[in-house]
Design a protein around this ligand. Structure first.
Ligand SMILES: NC(=O)c1ccc[n+]([C@@H]2O[C@H](COP(=O)([O-])OP(=O)(O)OC[C@H]3O[C@@H](n4cnc5c(N)ncnc54)[C@H](OP(=O)(O)O)[C@@H]3O)[C@@H](O)[C@H]2O)c1
Length: 279
């Protein structure tokens, strides 16, 4: 039996067990994927004991991603650009860490809008937290000419410019509607619009009609940003796709099979988020 898990503090909201459980069953693998609450002060002990506890690895979520980066013994170059880990796996008895958030975002985007070309284009990213960092990195690696990062706390947008260089343009939160004109892609990475959080106030008057609009919030499945952009005729991409696609590489690393994100999996998880969901 191969074991994996997701750790966080708190962790009860995670839908990762649903996704990996679906793939384990689909592929007939003798494995398990559980949720384990780990307090920040216990993270090093938990990761250090992963192998002895019989785990092939784990996903790491809030608030552990940066601390996990410092604990793991091996990382790849892309993960080192972020300084944050969301996937841990054991190889040769040693603890490896990687980050699949950026590829999850891009794979989701490309699966919905295959013709979208990001090279040489501008993006607007709302938010400058952990998810924004992985997404900005991924967008720059696609050759985008500029990523405007709009954040409530200006210092965090500035930190992304220092981390990734001059193609990141920090923008004040009050100016968020003014930078939409020629963006090929608009991404909400703030928690605004999420169930239980305040809504995202964004005037789309200046939104480029060709822009693809995506929200990484997935509770609700379709946020008001996506509804408003759709009503204007813009193509939109929901946040659930990123969650599903970021899980692919972890499953492959632990269980040895590369799984596929299908409509059936999407609908299975979507119904857990919204029992009334219908395609
Ligand atoms: N679809 C997926 O796979 C996926 C993956 C990761 C995360 N997410 C979702 O993405 C969201 C952000 O996650 P994260 O890990 O990046 O969190 P985080 O590091 O805590 O960052 C939160 C971001 O939201 C902004 N924010 C929060 N409240 C705000 C408010 N009232 N007004 C303006 N901005 C506000 C923060 O701005 P300040 O810097 O000013 O505080 C910050 O930029 C969450 O909803 C999470 O569930 C989805």
């Amino acid at each position: 039996m191969i074991k994996a898990c997701v750790i966080g503090w708190p962790i009860s909201h995670s839908r990762s067990p649903l996704i990996h459980g679906y793939w384990l069953k689909q592929h007939g693998i003798d494995g398990s994927y559980s949720r384990i609450p780990v307090e920040p002060e216990n993270l090093a002990t938990f990761l250090g004991g992963l192998k002895e506890a019989g785990f092939a690895g784990c996903n790491v979520t809030l608030p552990h991603k940066e601390q996990a980066f410092d604990i793991v013994q091996h990382t790849d170059e892309s993960t080192r650009r972020l300084g944050a880990v969301n996937t841990v796996f054991i190889r040769g008895g040693e603890i490896h860490g990687t980050n699949t958030d950026g590829e999850g975002f891009l794979d989701s985007l490309k699966s919905k809008v295959p013709a979208l070309s990001l090279n040489g284009q501008r993006a607007v990213v709302l938010g400058a937290g952990g998810a924004a960092m992985a997404i900005v990195n991924a967008l720059l690696l696609q050759g985008m000419s500029e990523v405007a990062v709009v954040n409530r706390s200006p210092g965090k947008a500035e930190q992304l410019r220092l981390r990734f260089g001059g193609k990141v343009r920090p923008v004040l939160w009050q100016q968020r509607a003014d930078v939409l004109d020629d963006a090929a892609l608009v991404v909400n990475t703030t928690s605004l619009g999420m169930k239980g959080q305040p809504g995202l106030e964004l005037d789309l008057f200046r939104l480029n009609p060709q822009a693809v609009v995506t929200d990484i919030v997935y509770t609700p499945l379709r946020t008001r940003l996506l509804e408003d952009a759709s009503a204007r005729g813009n193509v939109t991409v929901e946040g659930l796709g990123m969650l599903l696609h970021q899980a692919v590489r972890g499953f492959e690393l632990w269980f040895g099979v590369r799984p596929v994100v299908t409509d059936e999996l999407h609908d299975f998880v979507a119904r857990d988020i919204d029992p009334d969901y219908a395609r």
